[in-house]
Design a protein around this ligand. Structure first.
Ligand code: ADP
Ligand code: ASP
Ligand code: MG
Length: 855
């Protein structure tokens, strides 16, 4: 008899979408082979085909004959289509499970008892695992089919056959027995057997937990959860495309994210892995090369911060009020005894003077049985006044040491203003702060909180990987093209003769960006945001490509009118913010189109606006951007008029004979997710009926430019499609105001290496200009690619911290840049600096910023 496991096991679990296509089975086979090649044994745990458990659940809820026939047809088609696509011939084992399903279907009709439901639902996994065995065998991978019910037994503490728990002790005898049977095994997730051998389920989504039990019992060296997203994100990526991939998490962090709503992991699956110290990897079956998320005992980033904003719906909140009894000993004991007696499990608790508010654990199906609920509430009402809110949503901020950062969170919590909050709780383990709200605004609250607490803080923070929006964009050939400067190294080197630093612009690159934007069919007018780069040559080139101009100061307006022959004042949009009165007066005198972003000016300077056609800059409440300093709407931003003030502003303007003819909004910069513009447009369309004279909706700018080579560019086609859809049947024009998108890639900043220094852990590469020329890295933590132009052909050898000559610790242009060993006088190129480079420069330290050169 063996006492120790003599073979190394890996458990791989594949979810519903991961077993429903031919390609996925190809990946499963490859991954299993990969482990075999390193001498490991493999246990594959599968879910039912995508959507099958839902169909079986509907049957168990009670159906009439026609519905039953429809579900049966759907189940047949789904399984048959996959079998055909996989090229499998009929086989006996599958036939046996299918016949058993048909027999169970025969009994379906009235609502099923729990035991009968468990038996019916088990068929989903029995069928998919049978298909799995056949397809792996067909691919030449000898695979043993295991009935999970023979391997996993529920514990005596399990009270429900629908959400049972199993023993997770390691079992070397089992491990060795299976190893003797074969190297690759396939079994079902979700199912186990009870004390009498009856079929039990582990709860919806329970296949992850089955896999964790197998990993524990086999003392596996790794547990891999393969699903349809490449890891755990800082929010549900399908609801929040800006959600960032969390590459490394501790078991506690993962447990908290899963328990509070990150559906990608079934919450009970963490404990067995944690108890046995088995690392867990979350991987994407459609992108097996992506590294995914790794969960282990510790994560490298456990400092106090919010790592996720997650939510759970279908939460029942029960408020118990009893002012008389509250101070008496034993009220809580009596109240909770009623919960216990009726089998209700409490999830969150908060208390005040005379009320106790609790929520029910949404994982437990019995909580939704109306008959049972009525009896429970009747009992509870014997003790206190009871109010019940069904269908609420809990929103949790998850991270380490939440209590120590409440101050930082308070500004973000402003988003709950004017929203009904049923309860607020702070977990005893200090890993979450949770608010329970009505469902209507939950999604927008999650998005806002994620933007304020994570997306705007995540730049250059190693704990946050790429966003879902970035990962799911397709690379286009243009994204992989060489940048313009790669073929012009010689020319650029010549230009630097006799110079210490220079901004060099390539107009053809700016023109190409303009032409791409002109392809947007949904957009009627493109206005270049002059503040990004006001070089006269660039302005003329963009005007020749059909761009008009958006200015934010009187000086910008005058500059455009002076430099670009043929520009009519009426083609300029002026969007000032807290500018002095005389600028408005002069601009209106010139005849530009004015945007007002403060109702105060209408009331204080009424004569200026009388009888005018005005645009209003609206704060559409949600801000987006790559850094908090470039978010230009939302509660924290100084821009725009709140939605609530619009009726009053309209009245003030119209009562003076003016008209509101356009609405303008700009939410922030460096946004790569096109859905954001659609969301803004939808919000505009909601308020549009209040403004009968409005003909223009100006969605501002902010279209992101990839900050490093090899990242996909902004998806203009998708933007066009989303905007066009929303505009169908609407009598308004759309305008856009790109700045960075037009100018960033056309410019590079060239400088020379001045000095080198090694100090502490850093190798410093000093260059001849710094934040006096380019302040974006210091101001926004912006990333710019940096190359040694003098050594383009040499191999990178050293990680450098690239710094400028300014007397400021923040004068760092790039951290940890891997470059060839560099020498005094080498030319260093900082890429994508055509926008917000020279225009934001200064003479700080009396150092002149880099001069501009047009190629
Ligand atoms: P499977 O069938 O593979 O078990 P699930 O649907 O159970 O897949 O879980 C994967 C889904 O979890 C993703 O498609 C995603 O929409 C959702 N999800 C919710 N929250 C998160 C999160 N924080 N990170 C990743 N995915 C999440
Ligand atoms: N098939 C089951 C469900 O859909 C279990 C799982 O997929 O994890 O809930
Ligand atoms: Mg799942």
């Amino acid at each position: 008899m063996h006492n120790d496991v003599t073979h190394e096991w890996v458990v791989m679990k594949f979810g519903g979408t991961s077993v429903s296509s031919v390609d996925c089975w190809g990946t499963i086979c490859e991954q299993a082979r990969g482990h075999l090649a390193t001498g490991k044994r493999v246990m594959i745990v599968v879910s039912a085909l995508s959507g099958v458990t839902n169909l079986l659940s509907r049957l168990a809820d009670g159906v009439d004959e026609s519905e039953k026939a429809a579900i049966r047809a759907e189940l047949t088609t789904q399984h048959q289509e996959l079998i055909t696509a996989l090229g499998l011939e009929p086989w006996a084992e599958y036939g046996r499970h299918w016949d058993s399903l048909l027999a169970a279907l025969g009994d379906a009709g009235p609502k099923m008892k729990d035991e009968q439901r468990a038996c019916l639902l088990a068929h989903g996994e029995l069928l998919s695992s049978s298909i799995g065995r056949a397809v792996l065998a067909a691919k030449g991978l000898d695979t043993v089919w295991q009935d999970a019910r023979k391997l996993l037994q529920t514990t005596s503490a399990s009270t429900s056959v629908l959400a049972a728990r199993c023993d997770d002790h390691s079992d070397p005898r089992l491990a060795n027995r299976l190893a003797a049977e074969g190297s690759v095994h396939i079994t079902q997730g979700f199912i186990a057997s009870g004390a009498d051998g009856q079929t039990c389920l582990l709860g919806r989504g329970g296949s992850d937990t089955s896999a964790a039990y197998f990993a524990a019992r086999l003392s596996a060296s790794a547990l891999e959860i393969w699903t349809d997203v490449p890891g755990i994100f800082s929010a549900d990526p399908r609801a929040v495309p800006e959600a960032r991939l969390l590459r490394r998490l501790s078991f506690s962090e993962a447990q908290e994210l899963a328990s509070m709503g990150a559906r990608v992991l079934h919450p009970p699956s963490i404990q067995p892995a944690r108890r046995h110290g088995i690392p867990v990897f979350i991987k994407d079956t459609n992108r097996p090369a992506e590294p995914g998320t790794q969960i282990a005992a510790r994560s490298p980033h456990e400092e106090a911060q919010v790592k996720g904003v997650v939510s759970r719906d279908n939460i029942t909140v029960i408020t118990m009020e009893n002012s008389a009894m509250w101070h008496q000993a034993g009220f809580l004991a009596d109240a909770f005894a009623v919960f216990k007696r009726h089998g209700y499990s409490v999830d969150l608790v908060s208390t005040s003077e005379a009320t106790v508010t609790v929520s029910l654990d949404p994982q437990i199906p019995a909580h939704y049985d109306s008959g049972r609920m009525a009896a429970f509430l009747a009992d509870l009402e014997g003790l206190c006044r009871v109010t019940v809110h069904n269908g609420c949503v809990s929103i949790s901020l998850v991270g380490n040491a939440i209590r120590t950062i409440l101050g930082r969170l308070s500004a973000a919590l402003d988003v709950f203003q004017d929203r009904q909050v049923h309860m607020v709780t702070q977990s005893a383990n200090d890993l979450n702060l949770t608010l329970v709200v009505d469902p209507d605004h939950a999604l927008s609250l999650v998005r806002k909180l994620h933007q304020l607490l994570i997306a705007s803080q995540a730049e250059n923070r190693p704990e946050f990987g790429p966003s879902w929006a970035e990962l799911s964009r397709q690379m286009k050939p243009a994204d992989l093209a060489e940048p313009w400067w790669a073929g012009k190294a010689e020319r650029l080197t010549e230009l630097m003769e006799g110079r210490d630093a220079a901004y060099v612009y390539d107009l053809e690159t700016a023109r190409a960006a303009a032409r791409r934007l002109r392809g947007l069919k949904s957009v009627s007018r493109l206005l270049y945001a002059v503040k990004a780069n006001d070089h006269a040559g660039l302005l003329r080139a963009l005007a020749a490509e059909g761009m008009t101009f958006e200015c934010v100061s009187l000086a910008e307006i005058q500059h455009v009118l002076d430099c670009v022959p043929g520009t009519a004042a009426a083609d300029v949009l002026f969007t000032p913010n807290f500018a002095p009165r005389h600028e408005y007066a002069a601009a209106l005198e010139l005849g530009v189109q004015l945007t007002v972003d403060n109702s105060w000016v209408i009331h204080q300077w009424p004569d200026l606006f009388a009888g005018r056609d005005i645009f209003l800059r609206v704060d559409l409440e949600t801000g987006y951007g790559h850094h908090k300093k470039v978010i230009t709407s939302g509660v924290d931003s100084k821009f725009g008029i709140s939605l609530g003030h619009l009726p009053e502003v309209r009245h003030a303007i119209e009562s003076r004979g003016g008209r509101i003819v356009g609405l303008h909004a700009h939410t922030g910069s460096g946004v790569i997710n096109s859905e954001v513009w659609r969301e803004q447009l939808d919000r505009f369309l909601d308020v549009l009926p209040q403004f009968p004279d409005v003909r223009v909706l100006d969605l501002g700018g902010g279209l992101g430019v990839p900050d490093r080579r090899g990242k996909p560019g902004f998806d203009l086609d998708r933007l066009d499609k989303l905007l066009a859809e929303a505009l169908t049947g609407r009598n308004v024009e759309l305008w856009l105001e790109p700045g960075r998108y037009l100018a960033a890639e056309c410019g590079v900043l060239l400088s020379r290496v001045t000095q080198l220094k090694s100090k502490g852990q850093f190798h410093y590469l000093g260059i001849s200009t710094g934040m006096n020329s380019l302040i974006r890295p210091a101001l926004y933590g912006a990333y710019h690619d940096i190359v040694n132009l003098s050594r383009l052909q040499e191999k990178a050898q050293q990680h450098y911290r690239v710094v400028g000559p300014i007397c400021e610790s923040g004068d760092v242009l790039g951290e940890g840049r891997f470059l060839p060993a560099s020498e005094e006088g080498d030319i260093i190129l900082i890429a994508n600096t055509g926008a917000y480079g020279r225009v934001m420069s200064s003479h700080y330290n009396r150092r002149s910023p880099a001069e501009e050169v047009m190629l």
